[in-house]
Structure formats: structure tokens, C-alpha cells
Design a protein around this ligand. Structure first.
Ligand code: EPU
Length: 431
């Protein structure tokens, strides 16, 4: 069991390199199951969720060759099973992508029900199931597994209208449909950068997908996909998290290897709060010298403000002058971390989906707990800005999605260290 000790109150200065996008990687790795041949995937983030995805594929018979820290070759030519390892796949939410990919390639998938939810509320997959059944599959739950199969093996293209804008359902249906017979249209599709990334990956392997990044995605089924090389996009949320850290702690940091367009929704809010953000080709120079100003934020599907930045931005707002309103527009609830911020002196009242954040002059260090990945990132930001020392437990959640976070923060002047503690069990399952 690792915990982070952070001595806060020091502004951050220097440069930080952003890794490949977690939520693209955890879809693209399962999508390699659709490919007959070797996929070389580059710019893979070194995070525990990726390690898990690769292990699951290996157990299904994939041949995985590590090229270097950020590149692997995956060969799914000789997959021998369509039933995933129960213990591995139930640990990670993104294991639901194995349903779409196995179903799309082999006409059958048995995948453990995805991991539990740590930020409150239900995380349904009814839209994924609706997509699969519309494509002709039967889907049932048996012994803790979701069993999806198609009697004719090959699915049949169809028109699918999503009742809610769902990232996971959009990508899962895309994977199932890519080799279906005929055409599929996904309406009311999600538009996140990682949706475009998955479509680009599949197209580079021979798929025919158009419209990814708009709300209508058109897929013409192809007979098979062949190998190739693909590099994952930079992580919008990791970049936003470092930007938020600079906003909270002060200083000046060059955030490198990003796609500025993907950052617009986050940049706009930070600028409203008085943070200076200068855009260059694939970098953003983030500077905060003056006091932070209040603003209101509502999370929405892309290109709206991302829900995966909500805990981090609320933490920054807890230090702004005035009262801000934060509204969660994607999940039913995502405010479990607020009690931890209150331990540090934040003044936040949560009423259903809205948090009323009354800015305070400063936070003070405290023992705090990361309850999930982004809540954990918020704890790190709070601790970096706070006066005194904080001790963060539950950091295994943070390490699911942030590559080398301790080293990256140290390189921009943060006083953070990871220490090993005797074991203690925590439930897993977000992302
Ligand atoms: N929803 C349904 N039915 C479904 C699917 C979703 O009602 O079948 C609802 C959800 O309850 C939610 C909304 O639709 O209210 C959006 O959910 P979505 O399906 O888009 O979420 P997801 O695919 O399960 C991914 C990310 C999350 C991120 C959301 C929203 C992965 C592995 N996870 O989840 O990322 O919050 O999209 O952008 O890609 C994180 O990285 O910390 C994280 C939680």
C-alpha cells in the first residue's frame, strides 16, 4: 500500500510531458482483438489500467510484445477463448469494450460484469446492450458474466439511436459493427476525442468509419481488419489536471505534447478564473500569479466541460475569490471527495448535482483519502496548494490513470514523495 506525502504551498515551475490518453488506450487495446495481424500501438500510457487490459488480452491468447515503455505489439491472430478472466476483467470498468470487440470478431463474448462504481450512483450499460441486440446479438447475464452472442456469428448492420450520449456505448457499438454485414449508423453518438481516436485506429487497420467526432457515425462493415501501426492521442484529462495544479498552487508550467483544440473547454474556464494560458503548436504555457476568480461550471459531454475534470476544478474554485457553482451534468453524483476537501478547510455545500463553492483564503494540509481516480487527482491538487503537509491514501486509484505522477510533479518543483505502508484493502473499480 503506497501513500503520498505532499508538503504544499510551493508554486510549480518547469515543463511537464503529457502521456497517451487513458480512455483511448483502454478502448484501443481491446479493439486490437478485432485485428487479424500485428498491431503496433504507440504512445501507450504506463498506468495500471493499461497493464490490466494487456493481461486480459494475453489470457485470451493474444501475443503481446513490449517494444519500449510506451509501445507494444499485439497479435490477436490466435485467440483461443472468448471468455475473459473473471478476476481481471471485473477490476476494470473498460472491460466492457471486450464485449464489443469479441462479439465483432468472433460472434461471441463472455465478460465479467464491469467493476463497481466509486463516485456514487449507478453506471448502467443498457445503451451498450441496446446496440448489440439491434445488431442481432443476444445478451444475457450468467454467473457474473455478460454473455453476448450472435447465432449467425456475423452481426448485421443497423441504425442505432442512443437514448443518452454515452462514450462507452458509442465505442462499444463501433467495435461490434466494424465487421458486421452491411451498414450501421449510430445516432446521438458521443464526440469525445477518444471516440475519434478509436475510429482512426480502426480505419488505419482497414475499417470504414465516417463521422466520428460528430453525433452521427456511419460504419460500413468490412470483412476483416489487418495489422498496422497507430499512436494514441495525448491525454486531455491528464493535461487538464496539471493545468489545474498550476492554477491552484501558482507558478508557470509548460504543458507539452497536447492537442490544444482538445483543451479548449478546460482552458476557457481557467482563463475566466484569471489563469493565463498561452497556446503554441502542441504546448500550453500555464501561468497563475494573481488571485483566482470565481466562475460557474457545468459538466457536459464533449465539447462541454469534462466530468473527469470536475473534482480537480472544484478544488481550484475552493481557493477562488467569491462563490462559484459547479453542476455535474453527466453523472448522477460525483462529489464524494468534497468531504475530504472540507477536512482541509474548503467551504463547499453539495445539493444533489450542484456544489456551491465558497472560496477560502487557503487550505491546510491534512490526512486525506483518494476515493477514485479523479477524486484522487483533486486530492493531489488540494495538497499541492495547501499550507503544511498532507498524507494521501488510496493512491492506487490515482495510479490507474496518471503515469509517473510523483516524478512529473517533482520535476516541476512539487514536494511530493510516495511511501510504502503495511497493506490495507480497498475496493476497486472506476475509470
Ligand atoms: N449511461 C446510461 N446507459 C449506458 C451508458 C451510460 O444511462 O448504457 C449514462 C451514465 O450513467 C452517465 C452517462 O450516460 O450518466 C455517460 O456515461 P458514459 O457511458 O459516457 O460513461 P462511460 O463510458 O462509462 C467514460 C469514461 C469515464 C467518463 C465518462 C464520461 C472510460 C473507461 N470511462 O465512462 O471516465 O467519466 O466516459 O465522459 O472511458 C475517468 O476517466 O475517471 C472516468 C470515470
Amino acid at each position: 500500500m503506497t501513500k503520498y506525502i505532499i508538503r504544499g504551498g510551493k508554486p510549480l515551475f518547469g515543463e511537464v510531458e503529457i502521456s497517451g490518453a487513458k480512455n483511448a488506450a483502454v478502448a484501443i487495446i481491446p479493439a486490437a482483438l478485432l485485428v487479424d495481424g500485428v498491431c503496433r500501438i504507440e504512445n501507450i500510457p504506463q498506468i495500471s489500467d493499461v497493464t490490466l487490459c494487456l493481461k486480459i488480452l494475453e489470457q485470451l491468447g493474444a501475443n503481446i510484445r513490449t517494444i519500449n515503455r510506451h509501445a507494444v505489439e499485439i497479435d490477436c491472430t490466435h485467440i483461443h477463448s472468448t471468455r475473459t478472466n473473471y478476476d481481471l476483467s471485473r477490476k476494470i470498468r473498460a472491460s466492457y469494450y471486450l464485449i464489443g470487440s469479441l462479439l465483432g470478431r468472433f460472434g461471441e463474448a463472455e465478460v465479467a460484469m464491469p467493476g463497481g462504481c466509486n463516485f456514487g450512483g449507478v453506471r448502467p450499460i443498457d445503451q451498450h446492450v441496446k446496440g448489440f441486440t439491434t445488431l442481432g446479438a443476444k445478451v444475457m447475464v450468467e454467473g457474473g458474466f455478460i454473455h453476448a452472442f450472435s447465432e449467425n456469428r456475423r452481426l448485421k448492420g443497423a441504425n442505432i439511436y442512443l437514448d443518452v450520449v454515452s462514450v462507452g456505448a458509442t465505442m462499444n457499438i463501433m467495435m461490434a459493427a466494424v465487421m458486421a454485414e452491411g451498414n450501421t449508423v449510430i445516432e446521438n453518438a458521443a464526440k469525445e476525442p477518444h471516440i475519434v481516436d478509436l475510429a482512426n485506429f480502426l480505419n488505419s487497420m482497414g475499417a470504414n468509419i465516417r463521422g466520428a467526432g460528430t453525433d452521427t457515425i456511419k460504419i460500413r462493415g468490412v470483412d476483416h481488419l489487418t495489422g498496422g501501426t497507430y499512436a494514441i492521442i495525448p491525454d486531455q484529462i491528464e493535461a487538464g489536471t496539471y493545468m489545474a495544479a498550476v492554477a491552484a498552487a501558482g507558478g508557470q508550467v509548460l504543458v507539452k505534447n497536447i492537442i490544444p483544440k482538445h483543451m479548449d473547454c478546460i482552458t476557457a474556464k481557467l482563463v475566466e478564473m484569471g489563469v493565463s494560458v498561452e497556446e503554441h503548436e502542441d504546448t500550453l504555457l500555464v501561468r497563475r500569479t494573481d488571485p483566482l476568480q470565481k466562475t460557474n461550471i457545468k459538466t457536459l459531454p464533449y465539447p462541454g466541460f469534462p466530468t473527469d475534470m470536475q473534482p480537480q476544478i472544484t478544488t481550484v474554485l475552493s481557493l477562488a475569490q467569491g462563490t462559484s457553482l459547479v453542476t455535474e451534468g453527466v453523472w448522477n453524483s460525483r462529489y464524494r471527495y468534497v468531504d475530504e476537501l472540507k477536512r482541509m478547510g474548503a467551504s463547499i455545500q453539495v445539493d444533489d448535482k450542484t456544489a456551491v463553492v465558497e472560496g477560502v483564503d487557503h487550505l491546510t494540509g491534512a490526512p486525506i483519502q483518494a476515493y477514485d481516480l479523479r477524486a484522487g487527482a483533486a486530492m493531489v491538487i488540494a495538497a499541492l496548494a495547501a499550507r503544511g503537509e498532507s498524507e494521501i491514501t488510496g493512491v492506487q486509484y490515482i495510479e490507474r490513470g496518471y503515469e509517473d505522477i510523483v516524478e512529473k510533479l517533482r520535476s516541476i518543483g512539487a514536494d511530493i514523495r510516495a511511501v510504502e505502508e503495511p497493506d490495507e484493502t480497498l475496493e476497486s473499480g472506476v475509470g
